[in-house]
Design a protein around this ligand. Sequence first.
Ligand code: ADP
Length: 260
Amino acid sequence: AWQIIFSVILAIALICTFISLLATIRKQNELATMRKAFVNNMTHELKTPVSTVMAAIESIQRYGAMDDKERMSRYLSISRQELEHLSNMIERVLQVDVAETNGVLLDKKTFNLQSLVQECLDNTQLFAKKTVEIDYSSIGTDFQVLADPAHIKNVISNLLDNALKYAGDPVKIKVTLQDHGQDVTLTLTDNGIGIPKAYQKGVFDLFFRVPSGNIHNVKGFGLGLAYVKQIIVQHQGTIELKSEEGVGSTFVITLPKEGK
Ligand code: ADP
């Protein structure tokens, strides 16, 4: 009888190992496909600004735009815009590294999170190409946190960028900062397209994009939220998503004040 029990246990163990091996291989394949798509997209995206700037310079040098002040200034401003776009993308590629490896070395300082959020919101309103209605409020009094301000700023900017990208019209963003004593929560709600239930867990994975219509008309690489999660986890914080398709999304970040 022991022999039978032993054989059954061995068989079950073998089957489990086999199943988990298959799952690992599938996951690896999926990741390889997503990575390939990312490299393709990124290469394409990087080429566009480079060739635009080249064309602008060529027009200035070869086609006499140098003597035409108006054309000259148009070409220069196109070049500048394209270079800004390029620099943005390079910044994003660097985020892959953060999200994929063990993260970054945090440079923590004590700063006021309320002011940092305000700064990010001001930038959003300044640079947004559409009308953005922002409702910012805070509950409590102490918003001093020990954290890495540069990375926390990137986190907030990434969430705001997404709120704009997947936005409703007009864009409405509600931001609430709440002091809970030991930690603070930052809640960002948008009135965008929302994220279907089935994809809500996946959005924090590297390279993941919701495979719905938006992938074709909204540019992105599926890096932002993976970076955001990595940074928040490194701060011993948490990030949660609540979303309803067609209604909007809410991201809630909890950050310990002392940074632990
Ligand atoms: P990206 O926006 O560059 O694709 P992210 O990692 O920031 O990458 O987001 C992953 C995916 O999650 C997006 O492609 C999009 O499908 C979905 N998503 C993220 N934020 C929002 C949002 N605020 N509203 C709707 N969908 C969102």
